[in-house]
Design a protein around this ligand. Structure first.
Ligand SMILES: [Zn+2]
Length: 215
């Protein structure tokens, strides 16, 4: 089971898992897990997960409704949305993998090579897995895998290109905004542009057109 939120890392991780499958028909054993986390771009992300699945020939997508993660505005004290989002998502993912009898859960997170963030995330992954094992036992707990965790963003792109995804980035959505087109200025859009440009890939419209629309 592969978690897929419609983004670039989801696309690459899905390709990676499919590449591991023996040729000839075992594709149907791969299920995508899509968490609807309540972000503004939610519907667009769901649509891109579906497009990715269709492109690689996967028919099984499980959608989890977790709109409370980002969909309830700011905390009363002004704190950011998404409290414990990664931990909640991972636990729900493990529970779903268990329910679907999946042996493994692949989470496509990557932190652009930030060592401190990777260390913190690794600890969280271990603790989450341990928590699941308390209830499900060693045998009953799907293994939690994060193949992209230690890669930089350009390395993720490079991996995708090496798997023949060089022209598929349009299947992945990165913008955090709720508009029909990527805004070009949010963190998601900037991270995407920097990662792709490092690989010599430039996409999208001319900056002049973008700034005119923004104005
Ligand atoms: Zn954006």
């Amino acid at each position: 089971m592969v978690m897929n939120n419609g983004g670039i890392r989801s696309l690459v991780a899905t390709g990676l898992v499919l590449r591991e499958q023996a040729p000839g028909g075992s594709k149907q054993r791969v299920t995508l897990l899509h968490v609807r986390d309540g972000r503004e771009s939610q519907d667009t992300r769901t649509e891109h997960t579906r497009r990715q699945a269709e492109h690689v020939g996967l028919t099984r997508i499980v959608e989890l409704k977790m709109e409370h993660l980002y969909g309830e505005g700011r905390l009363p004290d002004g704190g950011a949305m998404g409290t414990l989002a990664a931990s909640q998502t991972l636990l729900a993912g493990l529970a779903t993998a268990r329910r679907m009898q999946a042996q493994r859960l692949v989470w496509p997170a990557s932190l652009d090579g930030d060592a401190a963030a990777i260390a913190a995330m690794t600890e969280r992954l271990m603790l989450t897995e341990q928590l699941a094992k308390l209830e499900l036992g060693e045998q009953g707990t799907p293994s939690l895998e994060t193949p992209l965790l230690e890669m930089t963003d350009p390395q993720v792109i490079e991996l995708g290109v090496s798997m023949g995804m060089g022209k598929l980035w349009g299947l992945a959505w990165s913008c955090a905004g709720g508009g029909p087109q990527a805004c070009g200025v949010c963190v998601g859009c900037r991270r995407r542009r920097q990662a792709l440009e490092a690989g010599g890939i430039v996409e999208g419209e001319a900056p002049g057109k973008r700034s005119r629309r923004a104005g």
